[in-house]
Design a binder for this molecule. Sequence first.
Ligand SMILES: [Zn+2]
Length: 242
Amino acid sequence: MLAGIGPRPAGSVQEQQAADYVESVFRELEYEVRRETVIRPDGGSSDNVIGRLPGANYLAGFLLVGAHYDTVAGSPGANDNASGVAVMLSAAEALSGAATPVEFVAFAAEERQPPTGGALNGSGAYAGRVDGSTVEAMISVDMVGNGPSLVVGRFRGSPAELQMELASRAADLAIPVEFTDRYFSDHVPFARKGIPAAGLSSGDHPTFHSPEDVFGVVQPVNLEWAGRTLLSWILDRSAVGS
Ligand SMILES: [Zn+2]
């Protein structure tokens, strides 16, 4: 659906169409949905689309899973990052009706937007207002559609515990894993605030940020690796917390 909308750079009509689509899926899955206005460096605004489980208690803290839905100009962004949004929504579907305190966010305006140069606008806006004691951990799912392994990344200099938790979930599921401590996506504003944060991806692909990043690039097995690892991590963390 998102790749079919086509390129959806921040501020475009297509970015709003993508936001509307994500909101409609959250509603079908009976999530509580709200939008958070994101003021971009160019002065315009975009929306983070946020879904919560109506039966869960978020007051004592919650897990946060995010995936950006915008693209660079000219790229349909099937891998970057319709793939991550699809995995996030699949996890939301698997947890529909549960009382697990997990919040799902489709972030706007992640990509660097020339000429103003800003990036991570949606996640930055969210992280800027969030209380670090309520978000227990944050996972970004970005570009998970094509690669030889599941890449578990963190921002340079941030602690590795969450990365290790994800790797252990993947290992239990016999999913091939690689690590990087040079990973840059929507987890970065959270890591900078001291919130445990990590990212799932399948590594760079030659079609990255090009018109060739189309539906056919995305491989089901890669989505499955990311989705199963993410869901297993959420269930494991929720079991420990209850
Ligand atoms: Zn991306």
